[in-house]
Write a protein that binds this ligand. Structure first.
Ligand code: FAD
Length: 620
């Protein structure tokens, strides 16, 4: 019934969709098996993509030739560039999306990808021969054979949903949990753990009093994620902001004795930075109110996502409390909030390619690796799909460095440090964040995506043109000069220091109080120069000029780190025979078997003294 596949992807969430698309677009014969084809690319929680550090990841996926950026652009209802008041390393694109359209666009994209077959069923086990995966077994007892398997089970492995004292099996509400895989993997020697996440209630927008809330509009000039020709929005749906108050908190507290979190029924650790509302009022008792973002679920639906009110308290307590929020007095609830516990596999059991160390050709991507978030999942899916394809076609492993991409930081952190709480990306996790900006993701990664066979030649050409045009603009800005008598009046007006001699425009761009658009208006030649240039090129030039010293400094630090990454350690290196290493370092290094000194230095528990010892031994 089925041919033999190159890559079998289990699960069609964000990780699974990217994995299937990447492997197929590179030329693999792909089977995408998922429990329910109507929930392909379902957004389990918030209908939004991107945000701080996550927006950078979506742009990186896009530059490499993945689909998450394109799908997000085609289904967005609002666009905002977050942190615009901070430096460019912090600028982060975020979209509010139409949940149904997002899923539909993903499904269309996959259906239009040659080489992807679909099968709707639960995978209950793997077929393994001599420590190599050769296929999967389904709940109906079918065997589907493949040269590699990518597991992207999300929150479904032995998923257990909690609402107050009620609990029932499920991978998301209304969907079955997946069983069999964890048990088999544990028997094979894998370590597994439990994590937890939660979601807020969804409500009927027709029952809300919008006049009592603050409006949160999208950007005046909305941007987009993809570097391809997707269209920015011309019309946007606003979000709204309201707040909890003491009444809301008092009612929520009446449910604490039935809270699965506080009574210890939930064992798994949840995301600390994304706490439930009961956690917030418990942990930050001094706070009189918490912000609630009231977000539409799409263009045409009346369903509203109550962001900031994630809860697993009993549904009647949720309802009573939510009616005390300004604007929600006559609210009708569509779905209660809930918490879910699920199995994950500590990611230190993976190679940098996301292949498991224990079973050859078996890859894990997404929430199964202890991460949280669509973007984190999608990027791992992309990397696992690429590597599964490369492995079965005997091509080189594909790994991104920490100075190349947030995706590199994410995977390096996971496999070396592991995680015992849901891992999400923050800009602070990247040591080179001025290099890893959202605006230059195309410059950093399109060439790589093109070599992999994922980003088209036209895209590469467009990036090369952008690089040339940016450099030309910078060169011209160093050549065009203004005299004091031409400009000091204007500088005075905008409270910028006057000049004493003829000065090149580039020096004004360096001034923190001046925007490049101000400077371009200083000279007609400059205005002419940019008349036909895109906004991205002007913005790119401004960033490169203003942050030149920071960029150079990070580049040289990155080079130093890359030198350590180039110092290879043999797999057979016997750490236990080095007395000067700390016992923790001996244990961690022997378990993880880092490929190079750089990787060794990033393993938690291995300190700089241990690295110095290793360097001495390796030099011998
Ligand atoms: P998923 O999106 O979960 O997709 C898994 C896919 O695999 C599904 O299609 C499923 O049907 C399929 N599948 C599973 N097992 C099998 C099997 N054995 N056989 C066949 N198919 C299978 N993230 C945040 O960043 N912030 C939040 O606040 C947040 N809250 C959440 C709240 C809830 C209730 C849930 C469920 C998730 C939440 N998440 C949140 C997490 C976010 O949804 C995930 O990070 C993201 O969806 C993970 O993507 P994934 O591809 O790894 O898995």
């Amino acid at each position: 019934m089925f041919p033999q596949y190159d890559v079998i992807v289990v699960g069609a969430g964000h990780a699974g969709c990217e994995a299937a698309a990447a492997a197929a677009n590179m030329g693999s014969k792909v089977m995408l098996i998922t429990m329910n084809m109507n929930t392909i690319a379902q957004m389990s929680c918030n209908p939004a993509m991107g945000g701080v550090a996550k927006g950078q990841i979506v742009r990186e996926i896009d530059a490499l030739g993945g689909y998450s950026g394109i799908v997000s652009d085609k289904s967005m209802i609002q666009f905002r560039m977050l942190n615009k008041s901070k430096g460019p390393a912090m600028w982060s694109p975020r979209t509010q999306n139409d949940r149904m359209r997002f899923a539909e666009e993903w499904r269309l994209a996959l259906e239009q990808t040659p080489n992807v077959d679909f099968w709707q069923e639960m995978v209950s086990g793997l077929v393994i021969k001599q420590n190599r995966v050769v296929g999967v077994r389904t709940s109906m007892g079918l065997e589907i054979m493949g040269k590699s398997v990518v597991l992207t089970n999300g929150t479904f492995l032995n998923g257990l949903i909690h609402i107050g004292e009620k609990r029932f099996g499920g991978g998301r509400t209304g969907e079955k949990a997946a069983t069999g895989i964890t048990e088999q993997l544990v028997q094979l020697g894998f370590e597994s753990g439990r994590m937890k996440t939660g979601t807020p209630p969804r409500v009927d927008g027709r029952s809300l009093n919008w006049d009592k809330m603050e409006v949160q509009p999208g950007d005046d000039t909305p941007g987009k994620f993809s570097f391809t020709n997707t269209k920015p929005l011309t019309n946007q749906r606003p979000c709204h902001i309201t707040y909890t108050n003491q009444d809301v908190h008092d009612i929520l507290k009446t449910g604490f004795e039935k809270s699965p979190m506080f009574t210890g029924r939930i064992k798994g650790l949840g995301p600390r930075y994304c706490p439930s509302i009961e956690d917030k009022i418990n942990r930050f008792a001094e706070r009189e109110r918490h912000q609630i973002f009231v977000e539409p679920e799409g263009w045409n639906t009346v369903e509203i996502y109550v962001n900031g009110f994630s809860t697993s308290l009993p549904e009647d307590v949720q309802y009573k409390a939510i009616t005390k929020i300004p604007g929600f007095e006559t609210v009708k609830m569509f779905r209660p909030g809930y918490a879910i516990e699920y199995d994950y596999f500590p990611p230190t059991q993976l190679e940098a390619t996301l292949e498991t160390k224990r079973i050859a050709n078996l890859y894990f991507a997404g929430q199964i690796n202890g991460t949280t978030g669509y973007e984190e999942a999608a990027s791992q899916g992309l990397m696992a799909g690429i590597n599964a394809h490369n492995k079965v076609h005997e091509k080189e492993a594909f790994v991104l460095g920490r100075s190349e991409a947030y995706i590199g930081v994410l995977i390096d952190d996971l496999i070396n440090k592991g995680t015992d709480e849901p891992y999400r990306m923050f800009t602070s996790r990247a040591e080179f964040r001025i290099l890893l900006r959202q605006d230059n993701a195309d410059i950093r990664l399109t060439g790589i995506g093109n070599k992999l066979g994922l980003a088209s030649d036209e895209r590469l050409e467009a990036v090369n043109n952008k690089i040339i045009a940016t450099q030309e603009l910078i060169d011209q800005l160093s050549k065009i000069k203004v005299k004091p008598e031409e400009i000091n009046g204007k500088l005075n007006q905008i409270k910028s220091a006057p000049i004493k001699e003829k000065t090149a425009l580039i020096n004004f761009v360096r001034r923190p109080e001046l925007e490049i658009d101000d400077v371009l208006s200083f000279h007609p030649d400059a205005e002419k120069l940019v008349a036909n240039l895109g906004k991205a090129i002007i913005e790119q030039s401004a960033i490169l000029i203003k942050y030149e010293t920071y960029i150079e400094k990070e580049r040289s630090l990155a080079d130093q780190m890359n030198n350590l990454d180039n110092k290879k350690i043999p797999v057979s290196f016997d750490y236990k025979s080095i007395p000067a290493l700390s016992s923790e370092a001996k244990e961690k290094l022997s378990n993880i078997k880092p490929k190079n000194l750089g990787q060794a230095s990033r393993i938690s528990g291995v300190n700089p003294a241990d690295i110095s010892v290793l360097m001495v031994y390796m030099a011998r």
